[in-house]
Design a protein around this ligand. Structure first.
Ligand SMILES: Nc1ncnc2c1ncn2[C@@H]1O[C@H](COP(=O)(O)OP(=O)(O)OP(=O)(O)O)[C@@H](O)[C@H]1O
Ligand SMILES: [Mg+2]
Length: 228
């Protein structure tokens, strides 16, 4: 890591630490982590429960700020952004999928998918067109008007993936995206991630407990106790 140029690569995390404790009772969770991710990489983060995988993913995805260290996107020191600028940057650059779909139950599938675009000021017509295209690509053209209670587990996760992609992100982050699915649906979602990576030119950063899924990534980072 010595000769790493911060302007190189898509993401560069430098000496990132996260402490959830207080000054008198520190609780170090991430311990001086540095890593570089290039555009088009597929990176998998594995390790035992409590190792800090989700914490690291949240920090790489700018959903949380580290206690110390830096995070660069294409050389931009994004932790210097204020919260509003960082939110806008995140909305336009990154998509997120979690173990649970977190769809809004009062909205149907297409309305959920449109939401990140609408938040950023994309017109209803444009957001609807993008959402319809994505839902079609994900095999959900016949489910656009369905609410979450009317969708299966695999369908819910595909709607969540469409929502993560509506803003045409560069990076797709996922935290145990197949953790809640049976093996057939898990296989489908795994394949879908790599198809989308190719067709949309995504960079993938995924946390998983599934060893078979992990094997498909070009880089596997094994975390133990807050470090690699
Ligand atoms: N907001 C918080 N406040 C205090 N401690 C936290 C907080 N978030 C996480 N932790 C602690 O940090 C450690 C790492 O949590 P994290 O969720 O990153 O683990 P993980 O590797 O994703 O585990 P799992 O595989 O179970 O999801 C855990 O011990 C957890 O209890
Ligand atoms: Mg976790």
């Amino acid at each position: 890591m010595n000769s790493v140029n911060i302007a190189q690569g898509l993401i560069y995390a430098q000496n990132v630490s996260k402490n959830f404790g207080t000054e008198s009772q520190p609780l170090p969770i991430l311990k001086n982590i540095s890593l570089q991710i290039k555009s088009g990489d597929s990176v998998c983060i594995v390790g035992p429960s409590g190792a800090g995988k989700s914490t690291l993913l949240q920090i790489l995805g700018t959903l949380d700020r580290p206690s110390s260290g830096s995070l660069f996107f294409e050389g931009m020191d994004v932790l210097k952004f204020d919260d509003e600028k960082l939110s806008r940057f995140r909305n336009l650059t990154m998509g997120f999928v979690f173990q649970f779909h977190h769809l809004i139950p009062e909205f149907n599938a297409i309305e959920n998918v449109m939401l990140p675009a609408r938040i950023s000021g994309v017109s209803v017509n444009e957001a609807r067109a993008r959402a319809l295209e994505l839902l079609g690509q994900l095999g959900l053209s016949h489910r656009v008007d369905h609410y979450s209670h009317q969708l299966s587990g695999g369908e819910l996760q595909r709607v969540a993936i469409a929502r993560a992609l509506i803003q045409k992100p560069r990076v797709l982050f996922a935290d145990e995206p197949t953790g809640n699915l049976d093996s057939a649906n898990s296989q489908n979602i795994q394949n879908l991630f790599f198809q989308l990576k190719e067709s949309l030119g995504l960079t993938l950063i995924v946390v998983t407990h599934d060893a078979q899924f992990a094997k498909k990534f070009s880089k596997v980072l094994k975390m133990t106790d807050g470090q690699f």
